[in-house]
Write a protein that binds this ligand. Structure first.
Ligand SMILES: Cc1cc2nc3c(=O)[nH]c(=O)nc-3n(C[C@H](O)[C@H](O)[C@H](O)COP(=O)(O)OP(=O)(O)OC[C@H]3O[C@@H](n4cnc5c(N)ncnc54)[C@H](O)[C@@H]3O)c2cc1C
Length: 507
């Protein structure tokens, strides 16, 4: 398909994703060289963690949850904590170990190749961390993340969940253009000294196991896009309880929880984002809120894609192992030509999947909300500065309201509408492509293995169940396709309407 030129469409500049350069090529000279070493360190760590912790537990935890849906793999959390995995990717300025955030993606791929459910107990935590950081409220980010580090250092696993999906509003909330029409119910009512929250959240990954919850709710449920409120809620707060655990098909190790709020009072000091905080940014509350929810999927969706790649790889490996051992029509299955063709496809899908999420990974380092961390000067300065310096001299500054205001303004203004569109579209593309490839590989592997593929002990049926969820969470793949069309294609096709039905409002 020939891309229309900017002149032909009247647009000053075509969206980057449609006609622009590859982010990976840009990254070669713009990102710090040091990050390459972190990628290798993260991979090496993941491989050891897989051998010593994940592989011995994976099948057993899956079966345990099938037998008892209330079972929670607390032993795994303890182990992951002993390995430092909940603080390794927390920035140094917030008390963490400061491994570069981009190396988390190959780590997630590797651990997911052994078990996506256990991997997601780590991934869901960093989803919560990313959403907290994207609020650009440095005071609360600093306090919550330092609490996470302190608890984990004491040997008490402390993680963060993202509580956003509601019984009647999933995809509608995740995609910015749909939010104005979303049927949300969780309301935060402003009161003296804080907010009172009523409502419920469902399908919250690792909810029952998390200590902190990034709760996204609304001051006016009839005007969600104009009244977004993000709160840091701690397990044990009065008025906040856990409801049922979903009996879902895959990723059994990672509980999907209901969170219930009944007159739950959340004090001002736990408000990460609301209308009042963005009042002086020079943009409307709606623009600020939609920018916020547009920005973090650019960082979190490559994570879903990395988990998908791990599954695509594992399905390929399971098929190869099986084909090498199985004898059919007098010879090993792998020596049949059609099987070699299937294996070539499986391999192609896994390798392509990695290339796609790495492209989005580089883009996240260059253009997303975490880009400041990858500015070479800031990156190397942070690398050589000892943690105690941040604790003693930088941390107190975060309490000053002006610091968060300037940081938020910089972050919001540095992200141009073109970058925002590019990142949102690329996040969607990465998410639906890699999860579709994971699903395809699982299906091909099961076909190749015949009835044996359905046996739990061979692992392929678990991969199939685990993969399916990836096509659904962080916005269904259908809606992510529409978002890609909207952000990268419709932008250069004036007059084409996207997300019009029932969206209830323009930005
Ligand atoms: C295992 C698992 C873990 C999860 N973890 C979390 C978590 O940690 N935190 C969290 O907040 N949420 C979480 N979720 C929720 C997840 O993000 C949502 O399920 C997902 O966004 C899809 O929303 P939905 O289920 O409401 O589907 P819906 O949005 O209701 O979709 C139903 C159907 O309608 C289609 N559709 C929806 N909108 C449109 C439209 N505008 N136009 C055309 N078709 C449309 C969809 O493609 C789909 O086919 C999790 C879900 C799962 C399954």
């Amino acid at each position: 398909m020939q891309a229309p030129t900017p002149e032909a469409t009247g647009h000053p500049r075509a969206p980057l994703g449609f006609t622009g350069t590859l982010n990976s090529i840009e990254a070669m000279h713009r990102l710090p060289v040091w990050i390459r070493g972190d990628f290798y360190r993260a991979l090496e760590l993941a491989r050891r963690f897989n051998d010593l912790v994940v592989k011995p537990m994976s099948g057993e935890v899956d079966l345990k949850v099938m037998e008892d849906n209330d079972y929670l793999p607390r032993d795994f959390l303890k182990k992951a904590n002993e390995w430092g995995l909940f603080t390794l990717w927390i920035p140094k300025m917030y008390g963490g170990k400061g491994m570069n955030m981009l190396s988390l993606y190959p780590f997630m791929e590797e651990v997911s190749s052994a078990c996506a459910g256990l991997a997601n107990l780590i991934g869901a935590h960093y989803l919560g961390v990313s959403v907290l950081c994207s609020s650009c409220n440095m005071d609360i980010t600093n306090r919550v993340l330092r609490d996470v580090v302190k608890e984990n250092d004491r040997g008490r696993p402390c993680t963060i969940s993202l509580a956003w999906t509601e019984p009647d509003a999933g995809t509608d909330q995740v995609q910015a253009p749909l939010l104005p029409g979303a049927k949300v119910r969780t309301q935060a009512t402003k009161t003296a000294g804080g907010y009172v929250v009523n409502g419920s959240k469902v399908f919250i990954s690792s909810g029952h196991l998390s200590t902190w919850h990034m709760l996204i709710c609304y001051e006016d449920v009839l005007k969600p896009a104009d009244t977004i409120v993000m709160l840091a809620v701690k397990t044990g707060m009065r008025g906040f309880t856990f409801g049922h655990k979903e009996r879902k098909m895959g990723q059994k190790a990672c509980v999907a929880s209901e969170l219930i709020f009944e007159d739950c009072f959340v004090p001002d000091e736990n408000v990460c984002f609301d209308r009042e905080q963005v009042r002086r940014l020079g943009i409307t509350a709606r623009q600020a809120g939609l920018k916020l929810i547009d920005m973090f999927p650019a960082v979190t969706q490559p994570g879903v894609a990395a988990i998908s790649t791990g599954i695509a790889r594992a399905a390929c490996e399971a098929a190869v192992r099986y084909a090498a051992e199985k004898k059919v029509a007098g010879k090993a299955l792998i020596n049949h030509e059609w099987v070699q063709l299937v294996i070539a496809d499986l391999y192609r899908n896994a390798v392509s999947s990695r290339a796609i999420y790495m492209e989005a990974t580089y883009a996240a380092g260059l253009l997303s909300m975490i880009r400041l961390l990858f500015n070479k000067a800031i990156f190397y300065l942070t690398l050589v500065t000892p943690g105690w310096f941040f604790t003693l001299f930088v941390s107190p500054l975060f309490r000053l309201g002006i610091v968060s205001h300037v940081y938020r303004k910089m972050n919001f203004e540095m992200t141009s509408p073109e970058d925002e569109r590019h990142m949102s579209g690329l996040g969607s593309l990465t998410k639906f492509t890699c999860s579709d490839l994971a699903m395809l590989n699982c299906s091909l592997a099961l076909d190749l293995m015949g009835a044996d593929g359905t046996r739990h002990d061979l692992g392929a049926e678990k991969l199939f169940r685990d993969a399916k969820l990836l096509q659904i969470y962080e916005g269904t793949n259908e809606v992510n396709r529409i978002n890609l069309f909207s952000r990268h294609i419709a932008q250069v096709m004036p007059g084409v309407g996207v997300f019009e039905q029932g969206s209830g409002g323009e930005r």
